[in-house]
Design a protein around this ligand. Sequence first.
Ligand SMILES: [Mg+2]
Length: 221
Amino acid sequence: MTLHPAVLDRPADGTAGAFTGVLLDMDGTLVDSDAAVERSWRSWAGRWGADPDAVLAVMTGHPAEATVRRARPDLDDAMVAAATRDHLEHEYADLADVVAAPGARELVEHLEATFTPWAVVTSADTRLARARLDAAGLEFPVLVPRDMVAAGKPDPEGYLTAADLLGVRPVDCLVVEDSAVGVAAGRAAGATVAGLRGVDADVAVGSLHDVVGLMAQEVTA
Ligand SMILES: [Mg+2]
């Protein structure tokens, strides 16, 4: 794990230096839904006349509607809504291999044990987020899905809303993301962002196990 100066420079005088809140992306971060996501977009592309590889290349981190608009810019708003609903219906039903990401349970246990306020902030809608988190066996205190905010990632609204619900300042939060779109949202909210899967962020982490280490280090600093 490589710590960025943004983390190393944080004051180490007790709780003032610790992250007071943790805001977690869902897909690819807290939940491994890669196979389900790929299946649903490939089948959608087949039904809606889009290039599946092109769709998969741009969809990560974006709300489904944004991906539909990029894949089929010729569709009017009503057709975009229909195409988005069609995609989501397949995702709601395809949960068999959705599991908790490595380190997810340990991180949640650490956050609960240290009374650290935390939330899930996702581009999925409420139904899909609840379905995937349930399939992964993860309970969550606060959920900010796409349909709770006016603007999805990369807009910071989801992260700002989550921090507000938790009663913490966004600047005191650690955001964990696996996509460039999500990192942009977390940074725009003013948070420090940990990046999984090689995405460029303030702190590089290999898995959520590293995030547990990062939080433990902050608590004991
Ligand atoms: Mg993600």
